[in-house]
Ligand binder design. Structure first.
Ligand SMILES: Nc1ncnc2c1ncn2[C@@H]1O[C@H](COP(=O)(O)OP(=O)(O)OP(=O)(O)O)[C@@H](O)[C@H]1O
Length: 667
């Protein structure tokens, strides 16, 4: 007699089937010669719940990272759980959908060497999800008289290549009159048996990296994809396809250890990973605009990501400590948390030009962990706060120490539950020692956080660290500390949920004479309205420091929220140590001003006309031409000051250029 399926299994299955995007992780098993601390990731699986969601925690010991990061996902497969288990639990339900005419996409992503290829393509010891799926699909098509064909492609440096064509010709992505994506130049080969499939897909037996073998002359990093097309003879059920994507491994190209990698290639790979997550997040949030056009991959997969398609995002995790893995996990968790979240109407009106995730947004992503999350909070914007320039007056060493200012961080301890958190920059945390402190925040990543509904995951976090931890973290985060270049003029005041007892006096004590009067009046305004907007972070946007600086595109593009409760998110915050210490506040402002200047400068380099470039001190005809040339190769070649070294500039020269530029503002 058939055993009845337990109720929670049925519920699990139903949840999986009813949700169009599922985000899971797989911790890679150790390879034969590999050894290391296996316990850097631990799982918390809540029992007795309908969902099988898990929390994955990293770090917390000296071997790994000093800070414990936790991320919530739909599920996480452990080291001993093989591809067959993932197939049964995750992929089989998708195959059923494919036979009902729904496209499906399985995407493996993660840091380098995290086991993406192993899980999608498999090895000679263990079949991957693609092979297991084709076995299942073939057995079904035989029964119902349908047929399948396959396409295999590679995306390298923003070009799509047909891997079934010996010449590896380029594939063009077109949209036909009915809005259906056509992949011109991509071969589609009929497959009737597993051996035929293996011949095409694996292109050689006993290969762990089959498609790399096909493209053996290429040592570059690339995304690899397989499409299984399933024909339909029925008028009611359309043809459908199943996509398997093995993304290129993520590497933070700015880390010292990644020197030697092709920077432009890395940037492109990473940008397409972000683009994919942006699409997934936009789909999750049911946004009006889904940014498919941001990358070749998302454009190619458009009809297999949107609509009624089902997506499995498979985050592959290295078995031992890997900072890049943690970052990938934070992206995954963010996508997972975006599921089923309602989107405020104003947020839906956001223009897509405000990219929610960009290369330099690591820190804010990393802060997206569940261990720090509380109830959602909101922001509102007050424009036309003036007087920012007063905050930078007299700041002589603007570019002297930590000239590459986006990396500067301070982390200290917050000790009171009734503090109002104040943050300057995405990675600054300072000590708040007394109750009812007010915290002042400038967050350059506010663009994506405030104006994207996808950024609403972690507005409310306060990561509390002690000094020692903070110092350790500073090293670990060095590579992820940069801020998004887009918005630099926003000053955020974030109110922690507990801070209900703020009064005017407390507010005044922070807003001393070294903070410009307009800021102080805004803070007071907040204080007065505080009761009504308790637990509501407040975002103050400041105009550019100087009219000569380029205006921030996203702010002008985005429709202004009309009520104080629409926007969301802040990546991190800093709790002010001594609310009466004007020097401390002044210093923090200076740091942020510096950041702001640098980011606007880089933005100008990335988008200004030749004439505009030449108007900058230190940039003449030759350098302007070099910049334009670099922009041809990568639309955003300058993400931090160090990138200016591509113009044959030394660190000293770069600092000098910045100083000259700042000097101009006051001349
Ligand atoms: N589950 C596993 N058990 C044992 N070894 C594994 C497992 N998964 C991957 N490996 C091994 O780990 C190494 C890296 O795996 P793999 O090539 O799949 O990673 P990747 O993420 O695709 O790498 P890249 O980012 O370079 O493409 C390989 O030697 C592979 O054989």
């Amino acid at each position: 007699m058939e055993t009845p399926t337990p109720r929670c299994d049925v519920l699990d299955k139903m949840t999986r089937l009813s949700r169009s995007i599922r985000v899971v992780a797989k911790i890679r098993g150790f390879a034969d010669l590999e050894a290391g601390p296996a316990n850097w990731a631990s799982l918390i699986k809540p029992r007795g719940e309908e969902s099988d969601a898990v929390t994955v925690s990293f770090g917390g010991n000296e071997q790994t990272s000093s800070r414990k990061e936790s991320y919530k996902l739909d599920y996480c497969y452990e080291q001993n759980e093989g591809n067959d288990i993932i197939f049964e639990k995750e992929v089989k339900p998708l195959i059923q959908g494919v036979f009902d005419g729904l496209n499906a996409t399985i995407i493996a992503f993660g840091a380098r060497g995290s086991g993406k290829t192993h899980v999608i393509q498999g090895s000679d010891k263990e079949p991957g999800l693609a092979l297991l799926s084709v076995v299942e699909i073939l057995s079904r098509v035989e029964e119902i008289g349908r047929s399948i064909s396959v396409s295999v492609y590679e995306i390298a440096q923003d070009h799509v290549y047909d891997l079934l064509d010996p010449k590896r010709s380029t594939v063009t992505i077109l949209k036909d009159g009915q809005g259906i994506i056509q992949l011109k130049g991509l071969s589609q080969v009929p497959v009737k048996s597993i051996s035929e499939f293996e011949k095409f897909y694996l292109a050689g037996n006993n290969s762990c990296k089959p498609m790399q073998k096909i493209a053996s002359e290429c040592t570059h990093r690339s995304h690899k994809g397989l499409i299984v097309h399933i024909s339909s003879t029925s008028e009611t059920i359309p043809s459908s396809k199943m996509n398997f994507v093995d993304l290129a491994g993520y590497v933070d190209a700015r880390r010292k250890s990644s020197e030697g990698l092709n920077l432009i290639e890395s940037t492109k790979v990473n940008n397409s990973i972000y683009a994919l997550h942006n699409v997934v997040n936009a789909l999750n949030a049911n946004e009006n605009h889904v940014p498919y056009r941001e990358s070749k991959l998302t454009r190619m997969l458009q009809d297999s990501l949107g609509g009624k398609s089902r997506i499995l995002m498979l985050t592959c995790l290295n078995p031992s400590f890997c900072q890049d893995s943690m970052y990938m996990m934070s992206l995954a968790s963010r996508s997972c948390q975006a599921v089923n979240r309602t989107v405020p109407e104003t947020a839906k009106k956001v223009k897509s030009s405000a990219k929610p995730m960009v290369l330099s947004s690591h820190k804010s992503q990393l802060s997206g962990n569940v261990s720090t999350s509380r109830k959602p909070q909101t922001h509102f914007s007050i424009k036309k706060a003036k007087g920012m320039t007063s905050a930078i007056k007299g700041r002589r060493k603007l570019f002297d120490e930590a000239s590459h200012s986006t990396k500067s961080k301070i982390s200290e301890k917050a000790s009171s539950s009734s503090d109002i958190a104040t943050a300057i920059g995405p990675s600054v945390q300072q000590e708040a020692s007394s109750s009812s402190d007010i915290a002042l925040a400038i967050d350059s990543s506010v663009q994506k956080e405030v104006f994207s509904p996808l950024g609403s995951i972690n507005p409310q976090e306060t990561i509390v660290l002690d000094k020692e931890q903070a110092q350790k973290n500073q090293v670990a985060e060095e590579n992820h500390g940069e801020v998004t270049p887009a918005i630099n003029n926003s000053l955020m005041l974030s109110f922690a949920e507990e801070s209900q007892n703020i009064d005017k006096e407390n507010c005044n004590s922070l807003v001393n004479k070294d903070v410009s009067p307009p800021i102080s009046s805004q803070i007071l305004k907040v204080s007065e309205n505080f009761k009504s907007m308790m637990s509501t972070p407040l975002c103050l946007e400041f105009p550019p420091i100087d009219d000569t600086l380029p205006k921030v595109q996203a702010l002008t593009d985005v429709e202004e929220p009309k009520t104080p409760v629409q926007s969301i998110g802040m990546s991190s915050r800093c709790e002010v140590g001594d609310k009466n210490n004007p020097w401390e506040i002044f210093n923090m402002l200076g740091t942020e001003v510096k950041k702001s200047y640098v980011q606007n400068y880089l933005q100008l380099l990335n988008s200004g006309s030749k004439e505009q470039l030449k108007s900058l001190k230190g940039i003449g005809e030759k350098r302007a031409s070099s910049i334009l040339k670099l922009r041809d190769e990568s639309p955003e070649p300058f993400k931090e000051l160090d990138d200016l070294k591509a113009l044959n500039l030394s660190s000293k020269q770069i600092t000098k250029m910045m100083k000259l530029g700042v000097g101009d503002i006051f001349s």
